[in-house]
Ligand binder design. Structure first.
Ligand SMILES: Cc1cc2nc3c(=O)[nH]c(=O)nc-3n(C[C@H](O)[C@H](O)[C@H](O)COP(=O)(O)O)c2cc1C
Length: 442
């Protein structure tokens, strides 16, 4: 799929370049191109990945002249240490119209390398990328992961899609549900680390988002635990009915009670599926909300940085600046929407949780009735007592799980509300700001 997207010229450029670099001094390849944390990169490509424009940092660090960069495939700076999986994921995501963030090792014209955390977003029929210098502990973990993936890709001759699957598998092993969860955590950490490097106050919104993310993940885990507990206990009412049938008329009430119990428990089951699904949506909304928020912040900084660059640097003209600003406003708008989505989903989850608590209360009444009946019959039939005890245990776990997730969802609702208030000025303002005002702000 990727090969079809790239022009044949792209491959040719890479091969010629690699040969030229390999002919040179190999010690150079081990060296890094230095650049400042304050320097942000910007470049824009057409739909095929050919470079249309960039800022002066982009050109300066790559060491190519503008003539060598413009209209050339972006793989002109591709580093052979980069697993193909990353670019496959990048293209697969942006072709779907979604933004992506990824660690990328690049190679300058003289063979030296430099790492960036790149954010690529679709805009009209082109793609825009802003990049920062990564430095968080996360970055070093990812560096190792790429290093391990590369020989697997080459040795097993994996197709890029297969290799991407492997990378996603590793990301899951590192504790991330999906790539969005990974890239939002990575970007948040990089922004925090960069703020520290630049001696700035940390962005107060980021730890709030992170706390929200943890709560959403806990919410999901708890909802899944309750659901699993339910699955393990679903035969108890049936066993109760079987026992009651064996006891004949004496246990008729138990039979009726266990049927009622099953009805309520089935309702709980479908609500439980809804709850798990809803917890997953809260968690996804938090991850993408954090990502959008960070993208908006970085794009805004890139706009400001590019305005401060010497006008002779880069190929940024009025049109390019307008596109960057347009993108910045769009993502600030998406970040604001992202926060409302979290609030809405948390609200929905909270409602599902209240429903569930009502049903659980109904279940408890039924269980107590079953208990009384079994106690009445227990002198002759101890099996009923054991089942009754299992029901009590099941019931207790549902109710404690529900109490915990109710409190988590209250926390998520409250935190989201606070986050909306804290970021309201920044996010909403930037989303509505006309380009000229943004320029003035910088
Ligand atoms: C906006 C944009 C920015 C990109 N930036 C880079 C980059 O900095 N480094 C890089 O190696 N590839 C970058 N790519 C991906 C390249 O197009 C290409 O997929 C990659 O270099 C792998 O090339 P290959 O398929 O020839 O191996 C970018 C793509 C887009 C759309």
């Amino acid at each position: 799929m990727m090969a079809a997207r790239q022009s044949s010229g792209a491959k040719q450029v890479t091969t010629m370049k690699t040969a030229a670099i390999q002919g040179g001094n190999s010690a150079v390849l081990e060296k890094e191109v230095p650049f400042q944390f304050s320097e942000l990169f910007f470049s824009r490509t057409d739909a095929k990945g050919r470079i249309l424009s960039g800022n002066s940092v982009f050109q300066k660090i790559s060491q190519y002249s503008w003539d060598e960069l413009i209209n050339k495939p972006h793989n002109i700076i591709r580093h052979p240490d980069m697993p193909r999986a990353v670019f496959w994921l990048l293209w697969d995501t942006i072709k779907r119209g979604e933004p992506i963030g990824a660690y990328v090792k690049n190679r300058a014209k003289d063979g030296r390398y430099y790492w960036v955390f790149a954010i690529v977003t679709p805009i009209d029929d082109s793609y825009l990328s802003v990049r920062l210098k990564p430095s968080s502990p996360f970055f070093h973990i990812v560096e190792q992961e790429y290093r391990a993936l590369l020989p697997a890709e080459e040795g097993r001759k994996l197709k890029p899609a297969e290799s991407a699957k492997m990378l996603l598998g590793r990301i899951a092993e590192l504790g991330f549900r999906d790539y969005t969860a990974f890239m939002s955590a990575a970007l948040a950490q990089e922004i925090t680390a960069r703020d520290r490097e630049l001696g700035r106050m940390p962005d107060a919104a980021i730890p709030q988002f992170e706390a929200l993310g943890k709560a959403a993940q806990n919410l999901l885990k708890q909802a899944e635990t309750i659901s699993d507990g339910y699955a393990a206990s679903r035969y108890i009412p049936l066993n109760l009915r079987v026992q009651a049938a064996q006891l004949g008329d004496a246990a008729a009430t138990i039979g009726v009670i266990s049927v009622n119990y099953s009805i309520i428990a089935n309702e709980i089951k479908s609500l439980m599926d809804e709850l798990v699904d809803s917890a997953l949506k809260v968690s996804e909304a938090v991850n993408s909300g954090l990502f959008l928020f960070c993208v908006a912040r970085l794009q805004k900084e890139t706009v400001e940085f590019s305005h401060s660059e010497p006008s002779s640097g880069g190929t940024i003209n009025g049109h390019e600046m307008e596109l960057l600003e347009q993108q910045c406003r769009a993502y600030a708008g998406s970040a604001a929407e992202g926060l409302y989505t979290i609030a809405q989903r948390a609200e929905r989850f909270h409602q599902a949780c209240s429903e569930m608590q009502k049903l659980a209360a109904g279940l408890e009444v039924t269980r107590v009735m079953a208990n009384i009946e079994s106690a009445r019959l227990s002198s002759t039939h101890s099996g009923l007592n054991a089942l009754s005890a299992s029901l009590a245990q099941f019931q207790a776990s549902i109710s404690s799980g529900l109490t915990q997730i109710a409190s988590l969802s209250r926390f998520i609702l409250g935190s989201t509300q606070r986050l909306i208030e804290v970021t309201e000025h920044r996010v909403h303002h930037a989303a509505r700001q006309p380009a000229a005002a943004l320029r003035k702000a910088s």
